[in-house]
Design a protein around this ligand. Structure first.
Ligand code: EPS
Length: 383
């Protein structure tokens, strides 16, 4: 559960169900918060904010207690918005924002919630909220790391520029993405991506793109085939699609599989007698079959549309006068795909952590490890 408006006092997140005994430091979370703030193509707001988490509950002496974890992140920009975003009644009515921006929640939200000042909608719809999700995702990633699961993301495309398919290990992709301004493992494509972002900025325009999230070392058996809402691929798609500006999600080969023959798409099953594991020479299914993880890395991709707030404002209508106007321009990013990739990492981690606790539900990390190891031994002894 998160709360918080973009220019309100702070963001808040409450995480329920994390077992006791997980080592958790603010530094673990701040690292991801800082990665989310970086990225070529970000706007002026990121120069104002320095996102840092403060624990309000659930953590003591660097360890989780099993109680709800409450975290806050201060919006430094709130100080410049006291006359428009104060929770208390303000001395003078703030000027209403009445020109909805196409592509945003402004108009639909204003009609639905009966707000004449569309700021009441856009403040919460803003992607500022993803800072709180990133903090929750960082907690989920700590939990997953305790059982050996690693979740990371990298950017595959910015606008029309695509990264080349390089033969890299997961470790290499992760390391290269972490040291890239665009979270991209392909240095050559990165240069062209930056040029595309610069061109869009000069034209008063914005750019979208595609990122991929990989979860490595996921055990077989998370999720379930028995009901539509327990299928893990469906849950991952929902979680990724819920990130602001995401308009498409793929698992494994995704849309490419639809253009191929069945014999080209499905992953053969093999057995390794030494490790006692069923293995796959390929992973076109993206680690999921029938809504259940199959032991291969989970691979998801998400497509982000170009940000809907443009300097070159789009045509709109003033909701008061009903006359045509250029949509309101608020300071914005030109491209936020690298930031969205960090949020994607968080969303995939949250879904996997939920699925992990669903299967191995535990009150302490010790119990969780015992349950996971017992299950893995059972799978390895399968006859
Ligand atoms: C956003 C608009 C911009 C972005 C913001 C998302 O904020 P502002 O209106 O203050 O310039 O910087 O992203 C963040 C604040 C963030 O932390 O990612 C929007 O309209 O979605």
């Amino acid at each position: 559960m998160t709360a918080g408006e973009s220019h309100g006092p702070r963001l808040v997140a409450i995480v329920e169900g994390v077992p006791a005994g997980l080592e958790l430091l603010a530094a673990h979370i701040n690292e991801d918060l800082a990665r989310r703030q970086r990225g070529y193509g970000r706007g002026g707001r990121m120069k104002i904010e320095v996102d840092r988490v403060e624990f309000a509950a659930g953590v003591r002496n660097g360890e989780t207690l099993g109680s709800p974890i409450a975290m806050t992140i201060t919006n430094h920009d709130h100080q410049s918005w006291l006359d428009r975003m104060s929770p208390a009644p303000m001395p003078s009515e703030p000027e209403a924002l009445t020109r909805p921006r196409p592509g945003h929640a402004d108009l639909a939200g204003g009609l639905k919630y009966d707000r004449r000042d569309l700021r009441d909608v856009l403040e919460r719809a803003s992607a500022r909220e993803t800072a709180a999700r990133t903090a929750v995702g960082a907690v989920a990633k700590r939990l997953l790391a305790a059982v050996g699961i690693d979740v990371f993301a990298h950017v595959l495309a910015i606008g029309p520029v695509r990264a080349a398919h390089l033969e890299l290990t997961h470790e290499e992709i992760k390391a290269r993405a972490r040291s890239s301004d665009l979270a991209c493992a392909d240095e050559i494509a990165e240069a062209s991506m930056k040029a595309a972002i610069r061109d869009a900025a000069h034209a008063g325009d914005t750019l979208g793109g595609v990122f991929e999230v990989i979860a490595a070392n996921v055990p077989t058996g998370l999720g379930a085939h028995v009901h539509w809402d327990r299928k893990l691929d469906g849950r991952l798609a929902q979680a990724l699609m819920s990130i602001q500006a995401i308009k498409g999600v793929e698992i494994g080969d995704g849309f490419e599989a639809a253009r191929s023959l069945g014999s080209e798409v499905h992953d053969a099953i093999e057995y390794d007698a030494t490790t006692k594991h069923f293995t796959r020479p390929t992973n076109r299914a993206g680690g999921l079959e029938g809504g259940i993880t199959n032991g291969a890395p989970v691979v998801c991709r998400a497509a982000m549309k170009p940000i809907a707030t443009l300097k070159k404002a789009l045509p709109s209508v003033d909701i008061r006068t009903k006359l045509p106007y250029a949509a309101a321009f608020e300071r914005s990013d030109v491209c936020a795909v690298p930031a969205a990739s960090v949020v994607g990492e968080a969303m995939v981690a949250i879904v996997l952590a939920d699925a992990l606790l669903e299967k191995f539900g535990s009150d302490s990390i010790k119990e969780l490890l015992r349950n996971v190891n017992g299950y893995i031994a059972q799978v390895e002894a399968f006859e």
